[in-house]
Design a protein. Structure first.
Length: 276
């Protein structure tokens, strides 16, 4: 398949320099965009968040976002991708290895490629399990950076326990999961952690909040505790291409009846209607 390297679509090959700051320091940003039936879902929202991440880290996106959008759509078309994701990352660039930003104007390195990936239909329909683990990340989780070691360790721990996700708690507060946002349902109210520097403001999360408003469901961006999570009627996670997955057990604790709940099912149905 083809990849995008800076402004050129080319054959996929090795292009990363050993002194790329993304490679050496995780000094860069990324986005994962869902492709459904050949269409890039919420691409503008992803590109907006990319610009925000770039600004927070003082990385210059090498050319206009309109051009980038064109190139990404072209890449999807050329690769004939129907179901999957675009992975896009921009590192600060290549420079002699010193921690501080390079002095001269360094050119950022942009790469993007496509990856086939199916929706987790079985987990969406039947629910999945999660584990709880401490949130050991830094205090700027709102930036979508390449630094993902705490997330990698969390997901690995979940995988070793045959769970789909590791839900993070910072002290007593549930923040999000290793690669998704978390919602709980208590009675007729949904709660999800507010979009501040403790979580990544997921594009799927925002879409789900919009959908709840349209469906007249009471959704609150408020913090909630570990015991709120474990005693919730329903729990679900949201992320690009994972969409909405009901969580029916966390470690040894069954959530609600141990089956996907009615609010989750309703929201998932509404979500499926808009991605099709
Ligand atoms: N992860 N929180 C974290 C820490 C994430 O890494 C992600 C997404 C999300 C959900 O964001 P969105 O709805 O915009 O995909 C929340 C991507 C998919 C990844 O790293 O592969």
């Amino acid at each position: 398949t083809k990849m995008l390297f800076n402004d050129s679509i080319m054959d996929r090959k090795k292009v990363i320099d050993i002194e790329d700051r993304g490679y050496q320091f995780g000094d860069g940003i990324y986005e994962v965009v869902g492709i459904y039936n050949g269409r890039a879902f919420l691409l503008d929202e992803h590109l907006e968040r990319l610009q925000r991440s770039a600004k927070e880290l003082k990385i210059n996106i090498p050319y206009s976002v309109n051009r980038l959008k064109e190139q990404l759509l072209e890449l999807v078309k050329i690769n004939g991708l129907k179901e999957g994701v675009i992975y896009l990352q921009i590192s600060r660039g290549v420079a002699e290895r010193w921690h501080q930003f390079p002095v001269e104007e360094v050119a950022p390195v942009l790469v993007a490629y496509t990856k086939e990936e199916e929706t987790l239909k079985e987990e969406e329909d039947n629910g999945a399990t999660a584990i709880l683990t401490q949130d050991i990340r830094w205090l700027r989780c709102d930036i979508k950076t390449l630094n993902l070691l705490p997330n990698v360790l969390g997901k690995q721990k979940a995988t070793e326990k045959q769970a789909v996700e590791a839900i993070f708690h910072r002290g007593d507060i549930i923040t999000e999961a290793s690669a998704s946002n978390v919602f709980i349902v208590k009675g007729s109210v949904l709660y999800t952690h507010p979009a501040n520097h403790f979580i990544l403001n997921g594009i799927t999360r925002r879409k789900v909040i919009d959908l709840c408003n349209e469906l007249d469901l009471d959704v609150r961006e408020e913090t909630y505790s570990v015991s709120d999570l474990l005693s919730a009627d329903e729990v679900f996670i949201t992320a690009t291409k994972l969409d909405i997955v009901p969580i029916i057990r966390i470690d040894e604790v069954l959530i609600g009846e141990g089956i996907p709940g009615k609010y989750t099912t309703r929201i998932l149905q509404a979500y499926r209607d808009i991605i099709r």
